[in-house]
Design a protein around this ligand. Sequence first.
Ligand SMILES: NC(=O)c1ccc[n+]([C@@H]2O[C@H](COP(=O)([O-])OP(=O)(O)OC[C@H]3O[C@@H](n4cnc5c(N)ncnc54)[C@H](O)[C@@H]3O)[C@@H](O)[C@H]2O)c1
Length: 424
Amino acid sequence: MATRPEVRGDIRDIGLAEQGALKIAWADRQMPVLAGIRERFAVERPLDGWRISACLHVTAETANLMRTLMAGGADAVLCSSNPLSTQDDVAASLVADHGIPTYAIKGEDRDSYYGHIAAALDHAPQVTMDDGADLVTELHTRRTELLDGVVAGTEETTTGVIRMRAMAAAGKLRFPVLAINEAATKHLFDNRYGTGQSAIDGILRATNVLIAGKQVVVGGYGWVGRGIAARAAGMGGIVTVVEVDPTRALEAAMDGFRVANAATAAEVGEIFIAATGNLNVWGAAHFPKMRDGTILANAGHFNDEFELPALEAQSVSSREVRPFTREYTMADGRRIYLLADGRLVNLGAAEGHPALVMDMSFANQALGLEWLRANAATLQPQVYTIPDEIDRDVARLKLASMGIQIDPMTPDQQAYSESWESGT
Ligand SMILES: NC(=O)c1ccc[n+]([C@@H]2O[C@H](COP(=O)([O-])OP(=O)(O)OC[C@H]3O[C@@H](n4cnc5c(N)ncnc54)[C@H](O)[C@@H]3O)[C@@H](O)[C@H]2O)c1
C-alpha cells in the first residue's frame, strides 16, 4: 500500500480518501475541458509558485480544479465556502492523494467555518479564490495585515460578485478581482442548467416527493430561477414565479409561468424554492399562510432567503424527520419542512452541479488565473469581467469535447455583418 503524506488541514476522516478518489475520478471523466487545461498547465506551469487560498465548495469538481492549479505550479490551500457543502471523502482524498491542505468538514458550525477560513488565510495568499466573498471579507476586516501581499482574486458566484462590487464602490477593495460568474459560459450554464437540475435533485434526495402536479413556487427569475422553473415544469410541477424586477416578471409570464407576489404565492405553494440572492423573501408574515406540509428549499447563496429566526419563533417544536429535512410544527398544528437548514439545497442535500457543467465554470477559473498572472500588475482594485476571448475559448473547447461542429462565418458574411452600406 502506498504511504500517504502527513495529514494537513482539518477534515472529517482521512480514511475516506479512497472513496473520495473514486468520486474525483468519476467527475474528471465529465470534465474534458479542464483536463485539457491541466495537461497544458503541467507543461507550461503558468501559475508557478503562486500562493493561492481558495474558499470554494469542497466537491469532486472543485478537487479537479485544485489538481489543475497544482499542475500549473500553484501552491494552493482550500477551505469550504459553505458549512454544509463539503464532501468529506473528497476532502480526505485532496489531503491524502494530492497533498492539498484542506480545511472543511460537512456540517461544521459557524466557529469552525470561520476558523477554517482563517487557516486558509494563514497561507498568506498572493491570490484569493472565493465563492460568495467570505474569504475576501475576512481578509479586508480581520486579516488586513495580509492585504499588501495579495495580487488578485477570483469570485465564482452572483452573490460574491455583488458583495465585491459593493466593496469596490465603497473604495474598500484593495486588489483586482475577476468575476468568473460574468462569463457567459459560467452563468448561462452553471447557474441555469446546473442549479436547475441539482436543486431539484437536492429536494428529491431529501424528501422523495413527486413533483408532478405539485404547486412549485420559485423565488427570483434570474439565471438560477429560470433553470429551476424550467426543470420543475418539465417534471410536471405547476410553477409560480415571484419576482421584484418588472422585466423579469414579464419574462416569466411570457415563458408561460404564473407570476404572483410573495404573499399570494405563500398561500398557493407546496414547494418553495428561493433563488434570489436576497434576504427574507418569505418570512414572519408568510409562514402563517402556508399550507400544512409545505417544503422550503433554498438555492441562493446564503441561508437567509427564508426568515429562519421567524420560523423558529413561530414554531412550537422541530425535529429532523429525514436527513436534511427538518419538520417545524406550528402553533396551529401545521407542519413546514425546511431542507438542508435553509442552505443551498443542491450542495447540502445532494452533490451540487453535475461535473459536465462545472467543467466550464472551472475552465474559466483556471484560464482566469492564468490571465491574472499575466495582467494583474496593470489592473486596478476593481471587479473585472472575464475577458471575452477566454469565455469564447471555453465555449469552443466544450463544443469540441461534445463532438459538435459549427461553421465559422465566410469572409463575405464577416464583412457583411460589420458593414452598413448594403440595405434592401
Ligand atoms: N445553488 C447554487 O449552486 C448556485 C449556483 C449559482 C448561483 N447561486 C446563487 O443563487 C442566487 C441567484 O443567482 P442568479 O445568478 O440567478 O442571480 P440573478 O441576479 O440573475 O437573479 C436573481 C433574481 O432574483 C430577483 N430578486 C431579488 N430580490 C427578490 C425578492 N425579494 N423577491 C423575488 N425576487 C427577487 C432579482 O430581481 C433577480 O431577477 C445568488 O445568491 C447566487 O450566488 C447558487
